[in-house]
Design a protein around this ligand. Structure first.
Ligand SMILES: [Zn+2]
Length: 390
């Protein structure tokens, strides 16, 4: 992960939506059109974990947490995930499209050219399908690749609190088949955590998803360990995400598998937690580590992968080259796209980002400033974007 190739005075030749050639400018093949770049050209960043379809930000949760109120008391006061669920259930698809369009534009303006987006604020069939249709509509309308993930198992909805087995059955036997039938998701994710879904429930849901052609992902070992990383590796999931409380056995399981460890340092910072996932232990054991924003209205309201890269260095102990790998080729692998994107290499999708900096390491340095000065997706320059978040 620490080996990135840095070319100086280089040229990249595009052919349609693909990269055709990259190398020293002096040896570049002739081209009918040239664009001069000032700064550093990166592969388009890939954000492999977001919850970008939501209604209002959860500002009261933010303040309650600052005052020391714990998450159970916040939930009892009407906050937490279920506040976003009530909000999303009550909004029209058109309203969610308008809100999410601006938020995807903000992610793109910070260099994310491929973005995974989860459902999970519906927790009933129609509201889950509504969120996934929002993702599908925006993927067709914006110059960005959106990878939709079904997260019906984000939380037990209030109407099933006394009968969780019936909700797991609903997810497996009605929601997953409906999502697959409409072709609305590529992946299926489960929040595997004590107090949310158990490893046995997570296994049942991901197994049902895989039978319907959806790739597995898992929110695993975030606040308390429960064997989520081991389960993700055993089921051949694309990724195990969060991992602040991963066990030694979990580290070994990920290292021995193709499952990518997706780390979300902005979430722990925003929650005011000192704990972070053991990135160094994962990397040194041989696991593939990716980074993501976890963009969501309750625990990580950031649209900036460069900010997350800087936190990867300062909070996770990663090297600059490792955080670049973590938001490009490894993030592509966390979405099953490593053959197609995440590198500036012949044959890859022509998704490119310019950072207006002298030294490439500055992309993971200017904490909170947007260093991204231009973005190309599928070979075309994106218009300057004016993000508007709510
Ligand atoms: Zn998440």
């Amino acid at each position: 992960m620490a080996e990135v190739e840095v070319l100086r005075d280089a040229a990249v030749l595009l052919d349609g939506n693909r990269i055709a050639w990259v190398g020293p400018r002096k040896g570049a093949p002739p081209s009918d059109r040239a664009v001069e770049i000032a700064g550093v050209l990166f592969p388009g960043f890939i954000d492999p974990h977001t919850h970008a379809v939501f209604g209002a930000p959860r500002l009261d949760d933010h303040e309650r947490r600052a005052l020391g109120v714990d998450y159970k008391a916040i939930a009892a006061a009407g906050g937490g995930i279920l506040q976003s669920v009530r909000d999303v259930r009550s909004r029209s698809e058109a309203d969610l499209v308008a809100l999410t369009r601006a938020r995807i534009a903000a992610l793109l303006a910070h260099g994310s050219t491929t973005i995974e987006v989860k459902s999970g604020y519906g927790l009933e069939l129609e509201a889950e399908l509504k969120q996934l249709r929002v993702i599908k509509r925006l993927g067709g309308a914006l110059p960005v690749t959106l990878i939709p993930t079904f997260l019906g198992a984000h939380e037990i909805p209030p109407e099933y609190r006394g009968n969780r087995a019936a909700y797991v059955q609903l997810v497996c036997e009605e929601m997953i088949p409906a999502v697959a039938r409409e072709g609305l998701a590529v992946c299926c994710d489960v929040f595997c955590e004590p107090g949310v879904f158990t490893p046995a429930e997570s296994r049942a849901i991901l197994t049902a998803a895989q039978r319907h052609g959806l790739a597995g992902k898992l929110h695993a070992d975030e606040l308390e360990g429960s064997g989520g990383a081991e389960l993700a590796a055993e089921l051949g999931a694309l990724s195990a995400d969060h991992l602040a409380s991963i066990s030694d056995a979990g580290v070994r399981a990920l290292a021995a598998s193709a499952t990518v460890a997706v780390l979300l340092p902005a979430t722990m910072v925003f929650l005011g937690k000192r704990a972070q996932a053991p990135a160094r232990r994962l990397i040194e054991a041989g696991a593939a580590v990716a980074l993501a924003t976890d963009y969501n209205p309750g625990t990580s309201p950031t649209v900036s992968l460069p900010l997350v890269m800087a936190l990867g260095v300062s909070q996770l102990g990663m090297r600059h080259a490792e955080v670049v790998t973590a938001v490009t080729i490894n993030a592509a692998a966390a979405l099953g796209l490593a053959a197609d994107r995440g590198q500036i290499a012949a044959g890859c999708m022509a998704d490119l980002v310019v950072a207006g900096v002298e030294d490439w390491r500055e992309v993971a340095y200017w904490l909170g400033a947007n260093v991204v000065s231009a973005v190309w997706t599928a070979g075309s320059a994106c218009p300057p974007l004016v993000p508007l978040l709510s």
